[in-house]
Design a protein around this ligand. Structure first.
Ligand SMILES: Nc1ncnc2c1ncn2[C@@H]1O[C@H](COP(=O)(O)OS(=O)(=O)O)[C@@H](OP(=O)(O)O)[C@H]1O
Ligand SMILES: Nc1ncnc2c1ncn2[C@@H]1O[C@H](COP(=O)(O)OP(=O)(O)O)[C@@H](O)[C@H]1O
Length: 185
């Protein structure tokens, strides 16, 4: 699928009197995006929900955007070809930016296998407001977990273009948080 970025013309930005700073003051927190990337089964959703709960417990407003979940709605028209993944991440980046602008801690949990797509999302946010977390789990570990049985299907050739099997994953070069687990099971 090709990019659906619209070619709008004759459009004008409309500023509202209540801005991001006002919302942040109201909420007593800073809006930002925590972007969790890693292979399927690396623990992205688990970490996203744990972090979301921890922030909630501390009285901070957070919201989790998860790949599987958004593919049930906003991104249900997208598959897993490189251009579909790029469009998936582009849309999520824009949504995450809105959440951060609203003053929330937006926790985005997506494989987001392409460096360029993640960097485009980073570029949407101001310095320090995009925190990239790399769950660096080995393919062996993720495959041993295989909670949805997807690696088994990919190995059997029943899913084509599965990340880590026959589709690429580009590890971050300069992420804010690098979580590495070396054990194999
Ligand atoms: N071909 C292929 N490759 C990778 N993953 C696949 C594929 N097909 C389906 N799934 C399921 O889709 C989930 C990943 O969705 P994402 O939106 O995070 O993917 S991406 O960022 O656009 O690459 C992923 O969820 P997680 O296991 O939570 O990562 C899988 O459940
Ligand atoms: N820190 C962890 N230690 C051990 N198992 C974990 C950990 N985090 C997640 N898991 C398990 O690994 C599997 C994949 O986790 P999940 O959060 O669904 O990964 P992802 O969203 O990256 O696909 C699940 O069965 C989950 O319970």
């Amino acid at each position: 699928m090709s990019s659906t970025v619209p070619k709008s013309s004759n459009i004008f930005w409309h500023d509202c009197p209540v801005g991001k700073t006002d919302r942040q003051n109201l909420l007593k927190q800073k809006g930002c995006v925590v972007w969790i990337t890693g292979l399927s089964g690396s623990g992205k959703s688990t970490l996203a929900c744990t972090l979301g709960r921890e922030l909630h417990t501390r009285g901070k407003l957070a919201y989790v955007l998860d790949g599987d979940n958004l593919r049930h709605g906003l991104n249900k028209d997208l598959g897993f070809a490189a251009e579909d993944r790029a469009e998936n991440i582009r849309r999520v980046g824009e949504v995450a930016k809105l959440f951060a602008d609203a003053g929330l801690v937006c926790i985005a949990s997506f494989i987001s296998p392409y460096r360029r797509d993640r960097e485009s999302c980073r570029a949407l946010l101001s310095d320090g407001s995009f925190i990239e977390v790399f769950l660096n789990m080995s393919l062996e570990l993720c495959e041993a977990r295989d909670p949805k049985g997807l690696y088994k299907l990919a190995r059997a050739g029943k899913i084509k273009g599965f990340t880590g099997i026959d589709d690429p994953y580009e590890a971050p070069l300069n992420c804010e948080v690098h979580h590495l687990i070396i054990r194999t099971c």
